[in-house]
Design a binder for this molecule. Sequence first.
Ligand code: SAH
Ligand code: SF4
Ligand code: F3S
Length: 455
Amino acid sequence: MKFVNSYKDKMRKYNEEHNLTYYIDTMGCQMNENDSLKYAGILEGMGFKKGNEDTANVYVFNTCCVRENAENTLFGRLGMLKRRKINNEEIYIAIVGCMTQQEHILEKIKKSYRFVDIVLGTSCMSIFPEKLYDTIVNDKKKIEYIDVSNNLEEDVPIVYEDKYKASVSIIYGCNNFCTYCIVPYVRGRERSRKPEDIINDVKRLAKEGYKEIMLLGQNVNSYGNDFEEKYTFPMLLKDLEKVEGIEIIRFMSPHPKDFKDDLIEVIKNSKKVARQIHLPLQSGNTEILKKMNRRYTKEEYIDLALKLKEIPDISLSTDIIVGFPNETEEQFLDTLDVVRKVEFDQIYMFIYSKRTGTIAAKMEDEVTYDEKVDRLERLKKLYEETLPKLNAKMIGKEYKLLVEGKSKNNNKLYTGRTSQNKVVVFEATNNDVGKVVNVKIDSEHLWYLKGSIVR
Ligand code: SAH
Ligand code: SF4
Ligand code: F3S
């Protein structure tokens, strides 16, 4: 479905007189961040200027519901905006994204947050301009629940904040139904974008000077499963490799169960695919993995990870959940065992969060919260013990990286990420920004490395 904004000119005209500004508050994953860039694209096309958190006129909350804490965050922030509404300031509030696909959230907004103007579900960008125009110009208040529409919206305008790195969604939705996860319920079924649409996007980005792209999807390696003709994720990677100007290709997230040899081969033979793979583990215990519906065993995961580690200079990152319902101490020790054997460069760790509507939410859980926190701490400790060792292997070697800009913590230094996704700080000049340079690693500092440009 092609995105058409028939409210663009009308709204621009209105904005010429009213000069309204917008602010987007994004929670959740990179898919949501990518969606927020599209909301920004739509708003800017309609003549809204980017404003700040305290004074903006249009607020868009792009929400996440993968874990419980995001709900409290949203309602806390809404509470703060209420005062501005009561003071009759010109302010409009839209809530979009995953959280709005849940019935109980909608009920809560309708009951306790009636000052919210627009509520739209996921894949609803096409109707956003109309709702916004109606709210602002026609003074119509709309609180609506839009069901997961399974839309695939093409040609939505997008504004990137970064000048050299851009994210590109390649597949929407998820069919995996991991038992703990709410995403398949709020993001709908898998829909792959047409290869030509993706390739054209990437070619355009390359022309605009972008050097690095991040391909996004809840499960990127099931890309193309919904096509009649065979066109797979490895085939897409090969085609994108040919786009001149693009130097680094990343993707997130692949599912271990779909990570086949053809994909490993493409990565191995590619000069552009980053030497960093995000391979979500979730648990290292086969029984828990089965209860999670992950469809791989502890051994299968280790085999795959070690096979990937044979690619020179590769780094692995992962997601791990501790305290899945009734996870025993022995089962948790299996997770630590996998972490010890694989040696991840980055681990995103979460305490299991019960999500209403999922299968796991109905499972008995006798593990105390304190126990779960303790497991998280132990996992963190093991990870932090491993990391310096992995970093140290990089010292003395040269790595290609894109100079992204000045370091936030030290104004005299510049920063970039290696293909392995390691942050490096080094001396450089403004001229180097946006260029791909070779950096030799001099020392490691746990969360970052120090290096020097090889000229
Ligand atoms: N599609 C991606 C991840 C999406 S959600 C994938 O499969 O890798 C990002 C991460 O949040 C997941 O990998 C998982 O580790 C975590 N997560 C999802 N549901 C959760 C829950 N109910 N409690 C705690 N963590 C959860
Ligand atoms: Fe959630 Fe599993 Fe789908 Fe990832 S693959 S989004 S964890 S259901
Ligand atoms: Fe959250 Fe939705 Fe992403 S639930 S993790 S924002 S897909």
